[in-house]
Design a protein around this ligand. Structure first.
Ligand code: NAG
Length: 353
């Protein structure tokens, strides 16, 4: 299996065959590329870090999302499918970021790993890296990748090691510990910096104090009734009651405490002072139940728990539904967390001081 994959990733390319045909080497700023781009959290992160950049390549298979993303960021080149020769022939860049599909590796998805067709995307990405050899890269996926799909992770690391170009490290980071935002969300980051360009040792970002949950939620919103108790289906209503009963057993009142409750599944689950993970499905169905406000989350609040401001998305999302926008947010990597990882990678290769 490993040899077969190596064969696919490293298949010989004739010089001049592809790569850099339309490279943007003359422009100033960091040249950035991505695939499985979503809302391009890496570009929002670079805006946050105030690093000047040019987006050379973006690739997103969801057409509505690609249109939104392109309107927000104005990429030099956009592609719709990264599992194509066309994408492999895209221009190159300095920093390449790919949050490859997480559904095959997620407990919330089917967990079929590389047996799922979407699980193959990573091998196209590895091939892209081999052909383009960017200065540095970040691959990102769910935390479960390091647990239930450890063999695939080992295989990816082995292939990157065989390339013998990159210093590679991986780590699972918890968003609420490292990324400022009060949302529980574990993500694996695989970072690589070209060995020849490694000016300083690569260090992972450390823990920071999580920002208070209350900063992210307003007491009074418009359309409270659309998110309140009357908007819930029977499963959700029952789940709120179950949680209220559990909390009452411990001598507390659910509505008086800052519990964020995942009530849309068969088994409810509440966290105090921090939001459970906003998966694509949960984000789509207006997130979690805020016990002290007795309602679910607004689209603005869901985006803000991922570090994305609705103002930055602007009016560009008019071709998709609000639900689709929330799902896109649920698919994203939290921007401040990614910003901290990007910063460490750029420090290691001397692009940021
Ligand atoms: C209740 O609503 C949630 C969120 O939209 C959904 O996930 C769940 O399947 C619904 N349950 C039923 C029984 O309709």
């Amino acid at each position: 299996m490993f040899q077969l994959l190596c064969h696919l990733v490293f298949a010989v390319v004739m010089p001049g065959d592809r790569c850099d045909a339309q490279g943007h080497t003359d422009s100033s700023g960091l040249r950035v590329g991505s695939c499985c781009s979503g809302l391009s959290a890496e570009l929002l992160a670079l805006e946050m870090l105030r690093v000047s950049f040019v987006s050379c390549v973006a690739c997103e298979i969801d057409h509505k999302l690609l249109n939104l993303n392109h309107a927000m960021h104005g990429h030099c080149n956009v592609f719709s499918d990264c599992c194509t020769e066309e994408f492999l022939a895209s221009p190159s860049c300095d920093l390449f970021v790919a949050g490859f599909p997480c559904q095959p590796f997620s407990k919330a998805g089917n967990n079929h790993g590389i047996l799922d067709p979407r699980g193959h995307v990573i091998f196209w990405i590895l091939r892209w890296l081999w052909l383009h050899k960017p200065l540095c890269f970040i691959l990102e996926n769910v935390g479960n990748f390091a647990q239930q799909h450890k063999e695939t992770l080992d295989m990816i690391i082995s292939i990157l090691t065989v390339m013998n170009i990159y210093h590679v490290e991986w780590k699972v980071l918890e968003n609420s510990a490292v990324g400022w935002l009060p949302q529980h969300r574990e993500r694996i980051f695989i970072c690589g910096v070209r060995k020849a360009s490694l000016l300083r040792p690569f260090v992972w970002p450390g823990d920071v104090a999580m920002l208070p949950l209350r900063n992210y939620f307003k007491e009074n919103i418009q359309h409270q009734e659309e998110l309140g108790m009357d908007s819930l289906n029977n499963t959700e209503k029952n789940n709120v009651q179950k949680l209220a009963a559990n909390v009452a057993k411990q001598g507390w009142i659910l509505g008086h405490e800052e519990y964020v409750c995942d009530i849309s599944g068969s088994v409810p689950h509440a966290m105090w002072g921090v939001s459970p993970c906003l998966t694509v499905t949960r984000a789509g169905s207006s997130g979690h139940w805020l016990s002290w406000l007795e309602r679910k989350m607004t689209t603005r609040e869901i985006l803000s728990l991922q570090g994305i401001s609705l103002e930055r998305v602007g009016d560009y999302w008019h071709h998709m539904s609000e639900r689709q926008l929330r799902r896109a947010a649920g698919n994203a990597v939290p921007v401040p967390l990614l910003a901290r990882v990007i910063k460490m990678v750029l420090i290691a290769c001397g692009k940021v001081h």
